[in-house]
Write a protein that binds this ligand. Structure first.
Ligand SMILES: Cc1ncc(C[n+]2csc(CCOP(=O)(O)OP(=O)(O)O)c2C)c(N)n1
Length: 361
């Protein structure tokens, strides 16, 4: 970890780290801001390396989260991480890489999925990039089929509610996908009278569904307004602002943890490289870059200087380059691996192992 002192020479991290960085009425301690910033940079450089791999033939299709790092990092840092219903369940979107990095995923694991190698812990190299699955952290497999996670989320939340405690279920999707009926199912199932569920429904609003602008599709002013009919409170936050995002996530999680009821959080974010490699994967210069904006704030607060920021980017670039070199040397899945870990073993297998011929009619 690079320290504040190393960046600025202005004094020990303990002193500078206590300095608050403000955004409007809200603030965060300097030390927290530096940790968020470093995690955002590592996630961004990991994604940019993966995008490069898609163009150089070291991988194929790319889709991911550049432009969502501010919100997604703050989400990952506030998750109650662990395995089983006493911990938070995460039903994530394919743009949640910064959440995984903030939770402690080594960047090489994201790159391994891009490189389609057997060591990819999420899918053994068999899924698209950004399609994470971590059983030990309750990260439910990301599906390319939009919004089906919204019908699964009430299931994990139901178990959490039955168990007691304060764990919540977080489900994330884009604003365009909220047009799917599964989003409505999530609202209905999270609010059945007497059986309300601790689901934090996060809508990442980047203003686009592939190439269709949101303004041509939504009669409602804000996605969160759809929660009104169900009595679900909500909030819209500037997802490009890590300080505002941190506090909005904290309020939303507190609500779900303490009331055991749902909440909708809509984060306005950028889509920095378009939809995916299929739409070119070119940098969109007109979109706000949450990292550049946060860095100007950190410099202004004298927590870091331009040289320190440059060094941090260089370190992250070296880390992801080395990860790509390593990942590309690793073995790929074979035909025999195609179906592995797709289905849990059936109880029937214990009785008739590998032979179903003796099964009763
Ligand atoms: C059920 C389903 N319908 C359509 C698609 C094709 N598709 C993939 S991404 C996407 C747009 C999603 O937009 P949004 O929900 O706003 O998320 P974003 O990609 O902008 O983050 C579509 C239509 C799909 N994957 N699954």
């Amino acid at each position: 970890m690079v320290s504040v002192q190393e960046f600025t020479g202005n004094g020990p991290r303990a002193t500078l780290g206590r300095r608050e960085v403000r955004s409007g009425q809200e603030s965060l301690p300097g030390e927290r801001c530096l940790d968020i910033h470093r995690s955002m940079v590592r996630a961004r450089l990991m994604e940019e390396r993966m995008l490069k791999m898609s163009k150089s033939g070291e991988g194929y299709f790319w889709i991911g989260g550049p432009g969502e790092e501010a919100f997604n990092t703050c989400l990952g840092l506030q998750v109650k991480k662990g395995c089983g219903p006493a911990f938070d369940y995460l039903h994530l979107h394919y743009r949640n890489s910064a959440t995984l990095v903030a939770m402690g995923m080594p960047v090489i694991d994201g790159i391994r999925q891009m490189a389609m190698v057997l060591t990819d812990p999420h899918s053994m190299g068999r899924c698209f990039p950004g399609h994470y699955a971590r059983r030990e952290w309750n990260v439910v497999t990301v599906s390319s089929v939009l919004e089906i996670r919204h019908t699964m989320a009430p299931g994990t939340a139901h178990v959490q509610k039955r168990l007691g405690g304060d764990a919540v279920t977080v489900v994330v999707g884009g604003e365009a996908s909220t047009a799917e009926g599964d989003f409505a199912s999530c609202l209905v199932w999270s609010t059945r009278p007497g059986q309300e569920l601790p689901v934090l429904i996060v809508v990442m609003n980047n203003g686009w569904g592939v190439s269709t602008p949101a303004c041509s599709q939504h009669g409602e002013k804000r996605i969160i307004d759809r929660g009104q009919a169900f009595g679900i409170p909500g909030e819209v936050v500037d997802g490009n602002d890590p300080i505002a995002s941190w506090h909005a996530i904290s309020r939303a999680m507190d609500h779900c943890r303490s009331t055991r009821r749902p909440y909708i959080l809509e984060a306005n974010v950028s889509r920095l490289y378009g939809h995916s490699s299929s739409s070119g994967g070119h940098r969109i210069q007109t979109e706000v870059d949450c990292i550049g904006r946060f860095e100007r704030k950190l410099i202004q607060a004298r927590l870091i200087d331009a040289a320190g920021i440059r060094r941090l980017h260089e370190e992250a670039a070296t880390e992801v380059d080395q990860a790509a070199v390593q990942a590309l040397r690793e073995a790929r899945p074979t035909v025999d691996d195609v179906e592995k870990h797709t289905y849990a073993p059936s109880p029937v297998d214990a009785v008739y192992p590998g032979d179903y011929t003796g099964l009763p009619g």
